[in-house]
Design a protein around this ligand. Structure first.
Ligand code: LMR
Length: 324
């Protein structure tokens, strides 16, 4: 379906933006909580630009980064109420609605991006994505951030080093169990509160991929970073179900095709961005960085493996068998 065809039924509407009347425009508000200079931030912006180009301004995707409109905990309600039409929360934050998503939080389940993508692109993975919908929400894609590292105000080399620390986590039972397994406490809180909480000592440790640590300067308020790559952090790109189904079919097709293309693009830049941001953090000299040795990693893995068993009933054996 070409754009010309798409617009032919619209009383010879002119193609350029100036002449698309305000009331004819379709506005998609896309709200997210991270910086624009992160894989998610860049992908949301690219999606907006491409959609603008491909619909000649008929569809306007307005991106609101940095919890400008809504913070964690609010943005899902905003989506359900159609106050925004797209969000891309970390899968951890949607586990309350879709418990199978707990899978993505399991420690040491995926070794690298390739394994994650192989799973998501598999028949089982695609079936799983299709399940993530309700009357008011519809999942459209999964985007990467990256593999998480640990930060704290003391060095983290062995599982014993976690005892007594208080970690900020995203709301996910797996993440809670992961730290309980290591003898640490947890506190779940919105992303927008993390910097202040680390600075004030409300929590004294955290986990995130380097792109979030760098763009939100968390490395400035923590003393030690361990490159553990112990867990994957990805996003569920969601829209409002009624809004999406109510779009003209041709428009929806353009949006879906563009999103699929941006998803592939995002996979490439996410890996690069995290690598670059880790280098920037190291070069800043603001935080002590330790790379887990193979032996240390094996000890972490052994300590954390029981978490996989604990969540089998939520995730399901079949689904877990489809992972590496
Ligand atoms: C967090 O809350 O730590 C991150 O998941 C934020 C994000 O969207 O990457």
């Amino acid at each position: 379906m070409t754009l010309a065809l798409l617009l032919s039924g619209c009383q010879n509407r002119a193609l350029d933006l100036e002449q698309v009347g305000e009331d004819e425009r379709i506005v998609i508000k896309f709200s997210h909580v991270v910086s624009e200079l992160t894989p998610k931030g860049l992908a949301a912006r690219r999606f907006a630009e491409l959609v603008h180009e491909r619909t000649d301004g008929l569809v306007e995707v307005q991106v609101y980064p940095n919890s400008q409109l809504y913070m964690d905990g609010e943005e899902v309600d905003a989506l359900i109420n159609n106050n925004v039409q797209m969000i891309a929360p970390a899968t951890a934050k949607m586990t309350e609605f879709f418990p199978e998503l707990l899978l993505f939080d399991l420690p040491f389940l995926f070794e690298d991006f390739e394994q994650v993508h192989r799973f998501i692109d598999s028949e089982g993975g695609q079936k799983l994505l299709d399940k993530f919908q309700t009357d008011s929400m519809l999942s459209l894609a999964m985007w990467d951030n990256g593999f998480k590292v640990m930060t704290a105000n003391r060095p983290l080399y062995t599982p014993d080093d976690f005892a007594g620390l208080r970690f900020r986590i995203m709301p996910s039972r797996v993440l809670e169990a992961q730290f309980a397994q290591l003898g640490a406490q947890t506190r779940d809180m919105p992303f927008s509160d993390v910097y202040a909480a680390l600075e004030r000592g409300t929590v004294n440790a955290a986990e995130n991929p380097p792109s979030n640590l760098y763009s939100k300067r968390f490395y400035m308020v923590q003393e030690h970073l361990t490159v553990s790559n112990h867990g994957y952090l990805g996003y569920l790109v969601l829209t409002n179900q009624t809004f999406w189904q109510g779009l003209p079919e041709d428009i929806r097709e353009i949006l879906e095709e563009t999103l699929a293309e941006v998803t592939q693009w995002e996979r490439k830049i996410a890996a690069e961005q995290n690598k670059r941001d880790l280098e920037r953090i190291i070069n800043s000299g603001e935080i002590e960085v330790h790379y887990l040795s193979e032996a240390e990693k094996a000890a972490w893995r052994e300590a954390l493996m029981p978490v996989h068993q604990m969540f089998l009933p939520d995730i399901g054996t079949e689904l877990l068998q489809g992972t590496p």
